[in-house]
Design a protein around this ligand. Structure first.
Ligand SMILES: [Zn+2]
Length: 425
């Protein structure tokens, strides 16, 4: 299976190299890549360029022998927002990406001359498909450049606003960069247009606009009202450009809902104050009952014993029955067997927090794995490991089914509190 994936990836590598900036996904690939490989890839990008870095990244990737490397790569793409590339690789169908590529090369060809006769509509249809993904970043830049270099449009002095990357600092704009782009648009009368992804919906307050153009985009009704709210200048207009029947239908429903909301508000305003207050009180009481009842429903813990395996090499680490919860949110493993499964390296900067003193980092004991499992701490008088669930795979002993958890609180097993009496003297 892996051989086939490797063969396919090799066959399609030209696409990947053209699209992927590997530095966006490296942090998600840490279980698979060694530190020096990561450094090489960064250096290659800085010294030679993104495509060279992508090609080196693929070389390292294709050399990986550990089981699960391919899934790891796909997960990293998904995390970094490369949804187009993810889908293409998962289905080994690069048609959409190929079309994107045509437009990208069209833009590249046009940029030097920027003939004023070019119709933006020729370029835009493909842009929309990736407006929320990493792939669009480059195209937004191209669109900006195109406006800047087009003599009839250059007076618009476009700015760019994208979302903050999900968890990776390398993707998207940082908060200060977003603020800077918005300030330039708001206070500097020069910047007359802001090219934005759906971030305009995410509660960022954009100055009065007299024109909002939504391209192939429709959210829910709240988003729609918010987006229109962006066009707050007197007489401002909001246009939706689309050729997609589903988008049109959604927008019609939104317009209807908006009308319903406005009608309801007008009606409410005719009520007398006492009736209104009484009604609000009733609703609040009802909602409180619902909230209280929901808050108390703790998921039933799964009492069945399960295995924890190293997420990288799948080596056995411990059983859930041996896990103990320290101070409600730290997880340790009791028993001697576990101590043989990890190795520790002294922490360069030992730190204390609460009753804990962080002393070392612990890693999977398999020499060719060394996956980061967590830390070793001194807790009161005990020297104990503290593991993080995101370093492991949880395996059902009976069925062999495996599950991944990002946080301990999502993993509902029987959580036994740490008890000093259990510890060896
Ligand atoms: Zn391991």
């Amino acid at each position: 299976m892996t051989a086939e994936e490797r063969r396919n990836l090799r066959a399609f590598q030209d696409y990947v190299i053209k699209i992927l900036d590997p530095t966006y996904i490296l942090s998600y690939m840490s279980p698979w890549f060694k530190d020096d490989e990561v450094q090489y890839i960064w250096a290659e990008k800085n010294n030679k360029g993104t495509m060279e870095a992508a090609s080196l990244f693929l070389k390292f990737l294709l050399e990986l022998q550990e089981e699960g490397w391919f899934r790891g790569f796909l997960d990293a793409l998904a995390h970094a927002g490369y949804s187009g590339l993810y889908e293409a690789i998962e289905s080994w169908d690069f048609q959409t990406i190929e079309r994107l590529e045509e437009y990208r090369s069209l833009l590249k060809r046009l940029q030097p001359e920027f003939k004023t006769t070019v119709n933006p509509k020729d370029i835009l249809p493909e842009v929309s498909k990736c407006l929320i993904s990493q792939e669009c970043e480059e195209i937004m830049q191209a669109l900006k450049k195109w406006i800047e270099e087009n003599s009839e449009l250059s007076f618009l002095k476009p700015g760019i606003l994208t979302g903050r990357g999900k968890t990776n600092q390398n993707t998207g704009m940082t908060l200060p960069a977003q603020k800077c782009a918005l300030d330039a648009f708001r206070t500097n009368g020069d910047k007359k247009i802001l090219i934005a992804t759906s971030v305009a919906d995410e509660g960022i307050d954009i100055a009065e606009c007299n024109l909002v153009i939504l391209y192939e985009y429709v959210g829910n009704v709240i988003k729609m009202i918010q987006t229109r709210g962006r066009g707050r200048a007197r007489g401002s207009k909001c246009f939706l450009l689309t050729s997609n029947a589903v988008v049109i239908e959604k927008e019609k429903i939104n317009i209807y809902k908006e009308k319903m909301m406005n009608d309801s508000i007008s009606m409410l305003q005719t009520w007398n104050e006492a009736v209104f207050k009484e009604k609000v009180l009733q609703i609040q009481i009802q909602e409180k009952v619902i909230r209280d009842s929901q808050g108390k429903v703790e998921p039933v813990p799964d009492k069945e014993n399960k295995k924890l395996l190293c997420r990288k090499c799948k080596a056995f680490a411990c059983y859930t029955v041996d896990i103990r919860v320290v101070e409600e949110c730290h997880y340790t493993v009791v028993g001697d067997a576990f101590r043989k499964c990890f190795v520790s390296k002294l922490h360069p900067k030992p730190k204390s927090f609460g009753y804990f003193e962080k002393r070392a980092k612990i890693f999977c004991a398999r020499p060719n794995c060394s996956h980061d499992w967590g830390i070793h701490v001194k807790y009161k008088i005990f020297e104990i490991p503290v593991i993080k669930i995101e370093s492991f795979v949880v395996e059902d002993i009976a069925t062999g089914a495996q599950k991944l958890y990002a946080k301990w609180k999502d993993f509902h097993f029987e959580k036994i509190p740490f008890d000093a009496k259990e510890m060896p003297k």
